[in-house]
Design a binder for this molecule. Sequence first.
Ligand code: GDD
Length: 330
Amino acid sequence: MDCQGRVALITGVHGQDGTYLAELLLAKGYQVHGLAPYLRYGLPMDPRVQFHPCDLSDGSNLHEVLELSRPSEVYHLGAQSHVKLSFEMPVHTVDVTGLGTLRLLEAVRQFRDRSGQDIRFYQASSSEMFGKIAESPQTETTPFHPRSPYACAKVYAHWQTINYRESYNLFACCGILFNHESPRRGEAFVTRKITRAATRIKLGLQHELRLGNIDARRDWGFAGDYVEAMWLMLQQSRPADYVIASGHQHSVREFLDEVFGHLDLDWQRHVVIDPAFYRPAEVDTLLGDASKARRELGWQPRVGLKELARLMVESDLILARQEAAAAAVR
Ligand code: GDD
């Protein structure tokens, strides 16, 4: 598809998904605008992305950003996205992740009505909304039972997005994405915490890894595959909501086996279970059924868990070697 000259605006552009999506859209010929609270925050960004500072808990310059960028596609990825942190900062999380979405939806609607611009909206919904699961696997019709301030905020944002579609005929899609990881994943999320620690242990830079509930089960995929689904949703003739998942489930224990095994290490000798990393309420198990996305979007994941773990270990080994080299010259 020729997308030359199309304009996209991405919120949370410095995050894992934001950077992968920006690269995908730039490669397709889009002009990409990015929004995030600070200029230097998160991952390095492609210099072709035009950056606009904006905090979703404020939103007072959203109108200006939309007027300046005039996007035909808005990808709303920005959020306080750490589940455990949301218990410690519940009001902030709900403000950014829940109300922030409403601020953006309303600004987008007003901009569309003022300018007559055809505009499509993607909402980053989350499998955390299923929480205490009502059935397995989870689909687009599985009821929600959120288990954290973060998940409650995502349910709110999800329904607001659907309401803007139904009330104002906004072309708006919710992607209910299951966990997706990569070498760019933040180090406070369990997969990256594990690959960072295992590679540092391998090089003698640390000896211990403190974790919480390692019996939790997740449906993990590769972020690079998942951003393609976001784009595909906005290219359809009708807006709809889609589950995006690998359809395979593993425990944190199994991820430990995979990562430490790859490095010829025994995780049992290094992992310490620390109650500080337990959550007041846990989501024990998640498993997605992405049949609708396969059928209607022609989407399917390419990278499986083994390959994902390998990618992350290899990337973190480079970082650990740099750290070891820096320590040696000190
Ligand atoms: N972060 C973290 N740190 N998680 C741990 C730890 C630890 O030390 N030890 C065990 N876990 C368990 C958590 O309790 C959880 O059950 C599981 O590992 C995964 O945790 P995270 O990687 O933090 O991800 P998440 O599942 O809570 O949420 C992520 O995925 C959602 C999609 O389902 C986030 O990216 C959310 O923003 C996203 O919506």
